[in-house]
Write a protein that binds this ligand. Structure first.
Ligand code: GDP
Length: 443
């Protein structure tokens, strides 16, 4: 995940400040020197760093802060607010035209993730009860049309294509008409990319722009390319008025500099962040949440939103009741794993929890889909009775389950032990909370 290095370094700076009852001007200067280095190392544009540090310093040195009860905390708060400001202050929402369809033009260099992002955006809009249309206007990259069609099929969003012999300008024009005629309220145009910015590309984009008069021109840039991404955004913005930027590949180990510099350098807000290759790995970009993630303060809000959008509340309530009554079985365990998986990769969920990046061992914890798959295979190899009454699973049964699931007896043992401990904990909790179920009566 991006920002890991930066978060670690900033936390070191702040833990020094937090420990002090009084903060002197020298302390602030020293801290700001370290913040400056940390930001530069994270590949943030040097002008942006300079201005940022100057602002934070100015605000931190005032007597109000230095004489406050917890100066360290106040300074962290200042940094948090300035980081948020740096990334645009508040969420820049996607435009919505009064006269549908809303037309979104996607631009970007080849490989930045434009086609993938078009699909993800369509999916996101569809989730918000919209009816998007994807438009295949990249007629040069041989596989681009097919790629978009496959994505469209996957998410059941129509894809408008006129093959690769009609001009992109004409395709875009007809696509908007098609959306109007069919009551589709968003048009997402996947335009051509190039390896480098060139005149021809810009000319074509301008022509498409002139003919469809888009409500949004979103530039897709690859966060892994750091300052290059910012430079690309600056060049595009000079020729084509961008309305927003989509940062992709933030799940990779980019240092995060692009996210922190784009808005300040180009004036264009980041509207979305892509955090993976899967179709639902696109999130609206929230500067305040990103700032708090960068400072290692977690992003509980995004996590809660994800949970609300993906978790079946009736099932969750039923699960809670079972836990309270200690009726939790291996079947429930499987179901719960399914629910957790809907939230996304485990390491990304952990990233959103406050302090997780500092928790010992968590960083090395790799709970990947493969491992989850093994656990599932073990549970699926149990009989119905075994799932309900794990206590009957003796050594012979364990051997059978291991063979059936293609795992080892040691793995089966480990899972059953963890499950037992979980059940014990649930009993204790329900006892403590006066759960009123069987368990608390027994206790
Ligand atoms: P385009 O040439 O700009 O249309 O780029 P594509 O949409 O074809 O994407 C290029 C590659 O980047 C593909 O392999 C995508 O799966 C990958 N990709 C796109 N977005 C992300 C992302 O957010 N994270 C990761 N890890 N890969 C991504």
């Amino acid at each position: 995940m991006a920002f890991e290095g930066l978060t670690g370094r900033l936390q070191n700076v702040f833990s020094k400040l937090r420990g002090k009852g009084k903060v002197s001007e020298d302390d602030v200067n020293e801290a700001m020197r370290e913040v400056r280095l940390a930001l530069l190392e994270a590949d943030v544009n040097f002008k942006v760093v300079k201005e940022f540090v100057a602002k934070v310093k100015e605000k931190s040195i005032g007597t109000e802060v230095m004489d406050s009860f917890t100066p360290g905390m106040v300074i962290i708060d200042i940094v948090n607010k300035e980081l948020t400001e740096l990334m645009g202050g508040s969420q820049a929402k996607l435009a919505k035209s009064n006269k549908p369809p809303t037309v979104i033009m996607m631009a970007g260099l080849q490989g930045a993730g434009k086609t993938t992002t078009s699909g993800k955006l369509a999916k996101l809009l569809q989730k918000g009860n919209h009816r998007p249309l994807l438009v295949a206007a990249d007629i040069y990259r041989p596989a681009a049309i097919k790629q978009l069609q496959v994505l469209g099929e996957q998410i059941k969003v129509p894809v408008f294509s006129l093959g690769d012999q009609t001009s992109p300008v004409e395709i875009a024009r007809q696509a908007v008409q098609h959306a109007k005629d069919n009551g589709l309220d968003y048009v997402i145009i996947d335009t051509a990319g190039r390896l480098h910015i060139d005149e021809e590309l810009m000319e074509e984009l301008k022509q498409i722009h002139n003919i469809v008069n888009p409500d949004e021109v979103l530039l897709v840039v690859d966060a892994m390319t750091g300052q290059d991404a910012v430079n690309v955004a600056e060049s595009f913005n000079k020729q084509l008025e961008l309305t927003g930027v989509v940062l992709t590949k933030l799940d990779g180990d980019s240092r995060g500099g692009a996210a922190l510099s784009v808005k300040a350098v180009t004036g264009c807000p980041i509207k979305f962040a892509a955090l993976g290759e899967k179709i639902d790995a696109l999130e609206p970009f929230h500067p305040e949440r990103m700032a708090s993630r960068i400072l290692g303060m977690g992003d509980m809000l995004s996590l809660i939103e994800k949970a609300q959008a993906n978790i079946d509340t009736d099932k969750a309530k039923e699960m809670e009741r079972k836990m309270r009554n200690a009726e939790f079985t291996f079947d429930d365990f499987l179901e719960q794993m399914d629910q957790v998986k809907k939230l996304g990769p485990i390491d990304q969920i952990l990233d959103m929890l406050p302090g997780m990046n500092k928790a010992k061992g968590i960083k090395d914890l790799k709970v990947d889909d493969k491992q989850m798959g093994r656990v599932e295979a073990i549970v699926h190899s149990m009989t119905k009775t075994e799932k309900r009454q794990p206590e009957i699973i003796n050594h012979n049964r364990r051997k059978r389950i291991a063979a059936g699931s293609g795992t080892s007896v040691a793995e089966v043992n480990r899972l059953i032990k963890q499950f037992d401990e979980m059940r014990k904990m649930m009993k204790q909790f329900s006892g403590m909370m006066g759960g009123g179920g069987k368990a608390s009566k027994k206790n």
